[in-house]
Design a protein around this ligand. Structure first.
Ligand SMILES: NC(=O)C1=CN([C@@H]2O[C@H](COP(=O)(O)OP(=O)(O)OC[C@H]3O[C@@H](n4cnc5c(N)ncnc54)[C@H](O)[C@@H]3O)[C@@H](O)[C@H]2O)C=CC1
Ligand SMILES: C[N+](C)(C)CCCC(=O)O
Length: 502
């Protein structure tokens, strides 16, 4: 849905050809901004993309700051209770939120349900940690001592991409709120709807008004948020070029930054792998959410001896992927996010052909037979053979369902080739040799290495990049460090030295 701000949000199951061409439709009749505990009318009253005034008096950042003062004084256990209630509400409304996510994003309903499950689990996980936040006591000479306090940062900004709209909002807000911060979240203008649902759920669960706010808009709004002196931290998910701008803007007032950026991750398949699993893994690494996944393993290196059998299997299964109405239970691939993005992905396939790659399957615009789905942004998932490391399709992030396959001979060679990239988000290896698996994991320059599977990221496990794929982490206990700061309190129990007058 291209939701228009300033109208009411209602979910109806009508047949229509909305962007993404699902059988559902969202009619937006309520405002999509959410500040100070309620939906707010855009000041220009027209379109969320041209709107926001973070510098004006009554604004999202100010209301977030007021809420932060209250929330950060509560005990971790009290915050935990509210967060657990929010998790419960998400779980209860899982199917409805998942439907909205499908209509908004175009991904299949079965995937969207997993996203929503991961979302409430994220809130539960950080609720569990909220009650454990603590400092330490350090003994000093003469009975003096010091202690540390783990304190919130203040108002944190979250800026999200369009591929996992609700989940990204939860990955950012859950650790932020657990630590006592407030958050102003800006979703991608392509997927404006579900972050507001999260804001309403937090309110219903009992967070103070203004603790989690949603401002709609694009680059202009994001820029205002990153430059705002009242913001302590920016957590960004999106492309590398935008990430660089975010870092630059944040530097002006020394804001803390977490950057979850793009990738071009290698997946290495050795000849001693369990082939069935490796083929399934390659599909998991390339075709979730229409291939619009930052950590996808899109450079698939296959040991030469098993290349023919691997290709045969992978092509057979790729051709069998059911593309179509994302709201149907048996659909496994929905529609890409926009016409423009679809054209871009198809352009990568044409370029690959020009550079000598061979299309083994897919790579074309796809029109489902149902008339109601015509006009949707579908494409057939693509496997490219005859690829070399210097081709555009192997070097650049495509962010669509396009797998590039390349042969390799030795471990040493493939590691060198796998690491020859400015990205470093994820990586994967399939082998039955446990020593080799751990050796390869050690030597791959990436924030995650999946052994004998791919794209498994439960909330307990830290997620983030090496190199230009970003820094900071989301998920796992470590993320607490990225949403809090340590205060040292030094306590003198004796007299102050008479150093200057003795
Ligand atoms: N590492 C990760 O966790 C993920 C990374 N991504 C990356 O995101 C990209 C696709 O997402 P897009 O939404 O197209 O990325 P994008 O960088 O164009 O936009 C991301 C967000 O930043 C905002 N934005 C754009 N320009 C801005 C500016 N100058 N200042 C502040 N905010 C600005 C957008 O409105 C959007 O909310 C891919 O490259 C992908 O790899 C996507 C999902 C997850
Ligand atoms: C959930 N997972 C691992 C498939 C992708 C999460 C990262 C992203 O937002 O692209």
């Amino acid at each position: 849905v291209k939701s228009k701000a300033g109208r009411k949000l209602r979910f109806t199951e009508q047949t229509t050809s909305m962007p993404g061409a699902s059988t559902g439709q969202v009619v937006v009749t309520d405002h999509l901004n959410f500040w100070g505990g309620c939906r707010v009318k855009p000041k220009d009253g027209i379109n969320h993309t041209t709107y926001t005034r973070p510098f004006t008096k009554s604004n999202a950042i100010q209301s977030a700051h007021t809420a932060y003062l209250k929330w950060s004084k509560m005990a971790g256990m009290e915050r935990a209770r509210v967060m657990l209630e929010a998790a419960r509400i998400i779980r209860e409304r899982r199917d409805n939120i998942a439907k909205l996510e499908v209509i908004n994003n175009g991904k299949s309903i079965t995937e969207a349900r997993v996203d929503i499950d991961v979302s409430w689990q994220t809130l539960e996980y950080y609720a569990g940690i909220a009650g454990t936040l603590a400092g330490e006591h350090i003994q000093l000479p003469g009975g003096s001592f010091a202690y540390t306090r783990r304190e919130a940062l203040g108002v944190c900004v979250g800026i999200g991409a369009w591929n996992y709209p609700f989940q990204i909002a939860c990955w950012k807000s859950a650790p932020a709120l657990a630590c006592g911060n407030a958050m102003v979240f800006k979703p991608s203008p392509f997927t404006a709807v579900t972050a507001v649902i999260l804001a309403e759920i937090y309110k219903e669960a009992g967070v103070p008004d203004g603790l989690f706010n949603v401002v709609q808009g694009g680059a202009e709004t994001g820029t205002l948020l990153c430059n705002h002196p009242g913001v302590a931290k920016v957590s960004f998910t999106g492309s590398v070029p935008t990430g660089k701008k975010i870092m630059e803007m944040s530097a002006k007032t020394v804001k803390q930054v977490t950057l979850e950026l793009g990738g071009k991750s290698p997946l290495i398949i050795f000849k001693d792998c369990e082939l069935e699993n490796a083929v399934r893994g390659a599909l998991m690494a390339n075709f979730l959410t229409q291939g619009e996944v930052c950590c996808n393993g899109t450079r698939v290196y296959v040991q030469r001896e098993i290349m023919p059998v691997f290709l045969e299997e992978v092509v057979k299964r790729t051709k069998a992927i059911r593309i179509g109405d994302p709201l149907l239970e048996n659909t496994r691939m929905g529609a890409l996010i926009t016409r423009q993005h679809l054209d871009k992905v198809l352009g990568f396939v044409s370029q690959a052909k020009k550079e000598g790659a061979m299309v083994l399957c897919g790579g074309e615009a796809f029109t489902p037979i149902e008339p109601k789905l015509k006009g949707g942004y579908y494409m057939s998932p693509c496997v490219l053979d005859n690829c070399t490391d210097d081709m555009t399709c192997v070097k650049e992030e495509i962010f669509g369902p396009v797998m590039s396959v390349m042969p390799f001979d030795t471990e040493e060679e493939v590691l060198k080739r796998a690491n020859n990239t400015t990205f470093g988000l994820a990586s994967g290896v399939f082998t039955r040799d446990i020593s080799r698996a751990h050796r390869v994991a050690e030597n791959l320059q990436a924030g995650t290495c999946f052994i004998n599977n791919y794209n498994i990221s439960p909330v307990e496990v830290p997620f983030g990049g090496y190199k230009q794929s970003g820094f900071g982490r989301e998920n796992g206990q470590v993320t607490i460090e990225y949403y809090s700061q340590l205060k040292t309190v030094v306590v003198e129990m004796g007299d102050v030295d008479d150093y200057f007058n003795c």
